[in-house]
Design a protein around this ligand. Structure first.
Ligand code: SAH
Length: 493
């Protein structure tokens, strides 16, 4: 069997749009994705439904997969002929161990490509308003690991060369040893007034920065309780932030929304939320699966042999109905039932395939049968058809990638608000919780529930999900005002 292909892909620092097009294409082809903690989990939603995901992030104090295990996993899957993506935060070669992992593949003659990414030291600096080079203020820069390699845990660095030879220095993984880093730099010739900026979770809406000088930064960072992932930028070029900050000073900076559907109708709202500084993740958390033949065969036979009124509920259900009929060896021309359309959209799709139908509102119903996708999700009802039987033509399921992405987005606090814009959003979300055995209470505890429109809010309340914020229509100005009002109230109380 021919061996597979491995792509080492740089995922960029956080903002999901900072992955390269080439990296994204590789991800979409992957059979197996082996990913780190520091990638934005939302990237996982755009891969194949049946892709296998392996998490190998090292969480503080808890090693999930050792380096040898990661390398073994890559090798095993590549040897089985799979397309493997090793997805790494930032750039795979900047403190990302791609050298070791690729070396092993080279030894085993397995094909690979390395797709660069935007490293945190470049992206998080720019997102905080600091250009890493500048004609006047920074003619050179270095990236340096602050991770210890000496016996006492401190970094093993030629401090003298570093302090004297480079104008701007970016430390990765350096928070734990910040005191040592600043002391060594001052001892070796950097002025104690040299400006320093620390950027945590750079390029996410929740990006935080703390500024100071070599003399003051360690205390300030401790007080602000900044932890990894954060970079430390040393050099007077960071003073430009005062003028150039563009990202983390917007009215919705720090806000992150998950909308559990992706609809064209939300386009304007989403663009506007992003423009005001929020992270917005929109995604259908459910995937459709076709019904198994035994799940629908009896009902389809009934449709064919008895006089019933079939009410097709959506344009999509027209096609799933015809497909199911054909697959069961039944002939549309021979069915005894009449076909009705729920609305004009359905009627015109039926017309396109040569079926003339009447609108359900113009007909007296006697033995109706509702035909649709997953009726629980569609949430459609037809007046006068309360006693209708139902023919369900597709079911919802949850792909591993979507539950993984959702859980990691919440656990890493990349999402602080769930935003519901329609009744269908709510029913899809409830179904997602049910199918993944997730605790509703736990999710509700972790996030703010923001609801737009009466319909959605009623369904949330019916399901004991308290609505924290509510506005009538999808209007961003109103949404922002709502946040500000709450902020003012909090200040007053
Ligand atoms: N390959 C990655 C770096 C991996 S080392 C890259 O090129 O960016 C992990 C360290 O990178 C973290 O401890 C932190 O110092 C830095 N880092 C990664 N993502 C970051 C982010 N979004 N904001 C700030 N620092 C980040």
């Amino acid at each position: 069997m021919s061996s597979g292909m491995v792509y080492f892909v740089g995922a960029g620092p956080g903002d999901v749009d900072l992955i390269t097009i080439k990296g994204k294409r590789a991800l979409q082809q992957a059979d197996v994705v082996i990913f780190d903690r520091l990638i934005n989990p939302f990237l996982l939603t755009d891969i194949k439904d049946d892709a296998k995901l392996i998490y190998c992030g090292k969480q503080p104090c808890k090693h999930t997969l050792r380096q040898e295990d990661i390398q073994r996993e890559i090798l095993i899957h590549a040897r089985k002929g799979k397309t493997v993506v090793r997805l790494k935060g930032g750039d795979p070669a900047v403190f990302g161990r791609v050298g070791e992992e690729a070396e092993l593949l080279a030894e085993h003659q397995i094909d690979y490509e390395i797709i660069p990414g935007i490293t945190a030291g470049i992206a998080a600096t720019m997102y905080s308003g600091v250009p890493i080079t500048h004609r006047k203020h920074s003619k050179s820069f270095a990236v340096v690991t602050g991770h210890g390699s000496r016996d006492d845990g401190t970094p093993n660095i030629n401090w003298n060369h570093l302090a004297k030879g480079v104008e701007t220095i970016v430390f990765y993984m350096g928070i734990k040893h910040l005191k040592t880093i600043t002391t060594e730099l001052m001892k070796n010739g950097k002025a104690k007034e040299t400006a320093v900026l620390v950027v945590q979770w750079g390029t996410y809406s929740k990006q935080r920065t703390v500024d100071g000088s070599l003399a003051t930064i360690a205390n300030k960072v401790e007080q602000a309780n900044i932890t990894n992932p954060a970079i430390i930028i040393v050099g007077d070029v960071v003073k430009l932030r005062e003028k150039l900050a563009w990202f983390d000073n917007r009215v919705l900076s720090g806000k992150s929304f998950l909308i559990p559907s992706k609809e064209d109708t939300n386009k304007e709202l989403v663009t506007s939320l992003k423009k005001h500084g929020a992270d917005v993740f929109e995604h259908n958390l459910l995937t459709e699966r076709d019904p198994l033949p035994e799940e629908i065969f009896e009902q389809l036979k009934l449709v064919s042999s008895k006089r019933q009124q079939l009410i097709l509920l959506s344009p999509r259900s027209v096609f799933t109905f015809l497909k199911a009929l054909g697959e069961q060896g039944l002939d549309l021309r021979k069915i005894h039932s009449s076909i009705l359309s729920k609305d004009e959209a359905v009627q015109s799709v039926l017309q396109m395939v040569g079926i003339q139908s009447r609108l359900v509102d113009d007909v007296l119903l006697h033995q109706p049968m509702l035909v649709g996708g997953d009726l629980e999700i569609e949430n459609v009802r037809v007046d006068g058809a309360q006693t209708a039987k139902e023919l369900i033509l597709s079911f919802s399921k949850v792909a591993q990638k979507d539950s993984e992405a959702f859980n990691r987005l919440l656990d890493e606090q990349h999402v602080n608000t769930l935003l519901f814009t329609t009744r269908k959003d709510v029913s899809q979300f409830l179904k997602f919780l049910e199918l993944t055995n997730s605790s509703k209470e736990k999710v509700v505890e972790q996030v703010t529930i923001f609801c737009i429109g009466k319909e959605a809010s009623l369904l949330l309340e019916e399901n004991n999900i308290p609505v924290d914020r509510y506005i009538e229509t999808a209007n961003v100005t109103e949404l922002i005002e709502d946040y500000q009002e709450v902020a003012v109230l909090a200040k007053e109380s």
